[in-house]
Design a protein around this ligand. Structure first.
Ligand SMILES: *Cc1c(COP(=O)(O)O)cnc(C)c1O
Length: 398
């Protein structure tokens, strides 16, 4: 049985004939977001400086910072540039980071630390097991040299929503500092500083706020921004320098992605009009619930048990049926107007379906229909995964 969902009017189509991107960013954006890019802006001009200030203010409004302790610093580039900027700016040269990994993005943070040549240690949980508060606590107790912990909020490679609150409790009860990669969750999953008082966190324009790619942003304690002076290994990724310049002149240090900023402000206005983080999260949750229920009716199984499913992206096992070929399935889905995402697991074959972007439950029902038709066209009679895949999954419950 498909779950109930409120019968709101369908969202308008993003653009005629464009496929929906069921991917974790870049993702499907609203027509008005694309339209906001049809104008050129002078980066030094007062109009654009006002846009930068508006963008920073609107992002800060999402974190529940009643005391005004935090500030927002946009950084040019994709999300990984921001992760690197955060690690290089907030971890002092003599600091040490505990990296919590359960997928590609956690491992990328560790690799970034390698490039920075700064001390770090890794808890690697493999493809999909969550790092838990008690193991973080034990690691911190065992190594007093650790100054910072970096956690991935939603690990987009499996779609797991990591238990950030218990991780935060472990970190703060031991007097260490928390850095968060909330790239694929921020704007749809609550991250309130009253509950999770991070030192700094990063996200980017092309995820849950539903902008287009081109920059990311750091939200950090002002005390941490002050203390970051002189830490960075990189001129262009120095968060303190970008912040100091923005505070002083209202400008970005180097050429800003002006059109992307204009699109992002439109996306932030739509986010607010929809009802903010709670409403955005509710729409994505409904997208997920409708899509997962429909896919399960077709016989597909999710990698994760329901407890760990995020409203961001869901990993499905590929069916055991020998007629199932992922590349063919991908093409058949694309023909029907839906671009899905390959899997990123090491042990079993999988694919992913994103729930974020300018789409709703009406669209997700059509995704399920398209999946059913594509299976039939390939001659796949059952979408059930191989038993080895289910054996893998049962380890999760253990
Ligand atoms: C998207 C994403 C990033 C950044 O990836 P880019 O390709 O550099 O934009 C980092 N971490 C997570 C968890 C992500 O989902």
């Amino acid at each position: 049985m498909a779950p109930e969902f409120s019968q709101t009017a369908p969202l308008e189509a993003p653009a005629l004939g464009e496929p929906y991107l069921l991917t974790p960013g870049p993702l499907t954006t609203a027509y008005s977001v694309k339209q906001a890019m049809l104008r050129d802006w002078g980066s030094w001009d007062a109009d654009f400086r006002a846009m930068t200030a508006d963008l920073r203010r609107r992002l800060l409004a999402l974190i529940g910072d009643d005391k005004g302790d935090y500030d927002c610093v946009p950084i040019q580039g994709s999300g990984s540039f921001c992760v690197e900027a955060m690690l290089g700016s907030f971890v002092p040269k003599d600091g040490k980071v505990l990296v919590l990994a359960n997928g590609a993005y956690g491992l990328r943070a560790a690799q970034t630390m390698d490039y920075l040549g700064r001390a770090h240690t890794l808890i690697d949980k493999g493809d999909y097991l969550p790092p838990r508060g008690d193991e973080v606590a034990a690691a911190l107790d065992a190594d007093p040299a650790i100054t910072h912990v970096i956690a991935i909020h939603c690990e987009t490679s499996s779609g797991i929503l990591n238990p950030l609150a218990e991780i935060s409790d472990a970190v703060h009860s031991r007097g260490r500092k928390l850095l968060v990669d909330s790239m694929s969750a921020f704007g749809a999953v609550p991250l309130e500083v009253g509950r999770i008082p991070y030192e700094a966190m990063v996200s980017s324009a092309n995820k849950c706020i539903e902008g287009v790619p081109g920059f990311g942003f750091v939200i950090a304690k002002k005390t941490a921004l002050e203390a970051a002076k002189g830490n960075s290994h990189s001129l262009s990724l120095d968060v303190h320098a970008q912040w100091a310049t923005m505070e002083k002149t209202g400008q970005w240090r180097f050429t800003p992605p002006t059109h992307v900023v204009a699109a992002f402000i439109e996306a932030l206005k739509m986010h607010e009009a929809e009802g903010g983080v709670a409403a955005r999260g509710a729409r994505y949750t409904q997208n997920r619930d409708v899509m997962v229920a429909g896919m399960k009716e077709l016989g597909f199984e999710t990698l994760l048990s329901d407890q760990w499913l995020s409203p961001i992206i869901v990993t499905f096992f590929c069916p055991a049926d020998p007629n199932f070929v992922f590349s063919k399935f991908y093409d058949l889905m694309k023909d029907k107007g839906f671009i899905i995402y390959p899997g990123k697991l090491t042990v079993v074959d999988s694919f992913r379906v994103g729930c974020i972007g300018r789409m709703d439950a009406h669209v997700m029902r059509r995704v399920v229909e398209a999946a059913g038709q594509s299976l039939a066209e390939m001659g796949v009679t059952s979408a059930a995964p191989p038993s080895a895949a289910l054996d893998e999954r049962s380890k999760l419950a253990a």
